[in-house]
Design a protein around this ligand. Structure first.
Ligand code: GDP
Ligand code: MG
Length: 162
């Protein structure tokens, strides 16, 4: 069976944009409205000769109820079913309490995590990634899902852990 890579992170950080970039087509729904991906959605993907399943998830927010908490549950289920995880954070916004909660959830899962600092659209914004070393998830990979910047290096690192 092929490995499963789940993409998690709080709403609006660019998870679905990253999934589309990796697939090389627009399959995942991207919206300016946070939390549009309500369920986990799985796609067949391929990178550098490796076939894998790529799972897009709704935003993970802790301490919420109702619909929001069921989205969080879907993200947790996605992590449980995954062989490895890409945690996406927003370089323009910086580190948030939500990011830290997600990290705690991921730690408990024991799954290998690769950290993607998204929205680093230019070389001049590279410095934005360094702050995320504090999350304790290893090297922060700066990427621009929108422009494709850094996505190859991120995938090399993430698929290495499958
Ligand atoms: P999700 O909720 O995490 O799936 O986030 P989306 O993929 O739906 O993206 C949320 C918003 O961030 C959209 O307006 C995207 O166009 C924008 N976005 C995603 N990736 C990038 C990026 O690399 N750079 C910039 N500047 N914006 C991005
Ligand atoms: Mg989405």
């Amino acid at each position: 069976a092929v490995g499963v890579l789940a993409v998690v992170g709080r709403p609006n950080v660019g998870k679905s944009t990253l999934v589309n970039r990796i697939l090389g087509r627009r399959a995942a729904v991207v919206e300016d409205t946070p939390g549009v991906t309500r369920d986990r959605v799985s796609y067949d993907a391929e990178w550098a000769g490796t076939d894998f399943k790529l799972v897009d998830t709704g935003g993970w927010e802790a301490d919420v109820e109702g619909i929001e908490s069921s989205i969080a549950n879907q993200a947790e289920i996605a992590v449980q079913m995954a062989d490895a995880v890409v945690l996406v954070v927003d370089g323009l916004v910086g580190m948030t309490a939500s990011d830290e909660r997600i990290v705690r959830m991921l730690r408990k899962s024991g799954k290998p995590v690769t950290l993607a600092v998204n929205k680093v659209d230019s070389q001049a914004n590279e410095y934005l990634a360094a702050d995320f070393w504090k999350l304790g998830m290893g090297e922060p990979y700066s990427v621009s899902a929108m422009h494709g910047r850094g996505v190859g290096d991120l995938l090399d690192a993430a698929l290495d852990k499958l």
